[in-house]
Write a protein that binds this ligand. Structure first.
Ligand code: DGL
Length: 264
């Protein structure tokens, strides 16, 4: 069981920002990554579509015999009911909500995410469940994930789009901003520049990676090797995916496999 891989999935390349954090704390594990490059962005999809896609990805991951599954997509976490699945999940949104509570001093937190995540109100609910005195200011940024998918995360277009999206939040006295979409850590330099140094930027994947590590330690499931291997799968185009993933992980990826996810 210790030798089995950890599954990580997202609508596209965004979840690689989560994989990067996992590799920092669990370098000896093997990872299977799936990015749904054919069907993203998920942020504008209906909940029925997202539930169907998630079911297919879970079937694919089961076939790969993963020992744990990391949902590296806030939009999925905001949509599905985890209780309906017989699997151990790690949920990036729950980790993000707890990280925001831990980070804020003035109890004013901003959240940026996809349209679906914001409309679900999941961050607001989870943060105030932990501390009901926290005020949560949410903003959907539908333009950002598609720009990251195209590899345009450091372009002037991305700066303009982020600036438009953060317009409202800039003038509220928040001290913490949650990157509530796993594509957004690629935009951190731009977001920091726009928000200024007084706003702490929270990447939920940092806490999530420690949650996974603690679980594996508790269950005695840590792979004892020094360095594991990774396999990458996408449902559609792989060019931008490969470039961005290589940049993030600072290594060459020998092969990205295309899988017909509709078959699952
Ligand atoms: N990366 C995803 C998230 O964390 C979704 C991006 C999208 O496909 O819209 O929400």
């Amino acid at each position: 069981m210790k030798q089995l891989p950890i599954g990580v999935f997202d609508s596209g390349v965004g979840g690689v920002t989560v994989l990067k954090r996992l590799l920092e704390v669990l370098p000896g594990e093997d990872y299977i990554y799936f990015g749904d490059t054919l069907r993203n962005p998920y942020g504008d999809r209906s909940s029925e579509e997202i539930k169907k896609f998630t079911g297919q990805i879970i079937n694919f991951m089961k076939e790969k015999k993963v020992k744990a599954l990391v949902i590296a997509c806030n939009t999925i976490c905001a949509t599905i009911n985890k209780e309906e699945y017989d699997f151990i999940f790690f949920d990036v949104l729950e980790a993000g909500a707890q990280s925001a509570v831990d980070a804020t001093k003035n109890k004013k937190v901003g959240v940026i995410a996809t349209k679906r995540t914001i409309e679900s109100n999941s961050y607001q609910k989870k943060i105030t469940e932990i501390d009901r005195d926290i005020e949560v200011y949410q903003q959907a940024c539908p333009e950002l994930a598609p720009l990251v998918e195209k590899g345009l995360y450091s372009s002037p277009v991305a700066y303009e789009a982020a600036n438009r999206c953060l317009e409202g939040l800039k003038y509220i006295d928040i001290d913490t901003l949650v990157l509530g979409c796993t594509h957004y850590p690629l935009l951190t330099p731009i977001i920091e520049k726009i928000m200024g140094e007084n706003v702490k930027i929270v990447d939920p994947a940092i806490k999530l990676s420690y949650d996974v590590k603690n679980y594996l330690l508790r269950e005695d499931l840590i792979n004892p090797r020094d360095k594991g291997k990774m396999e990458f799968y996408v449902s559609g185009s792989k060019d931008n995916f490969t470039k961005t993933a290589e940049m993030l992980l600072e290594r060459k990826i020998s092969e990205v496999f295309v899988v017909d996810i509709e078959k699952y």
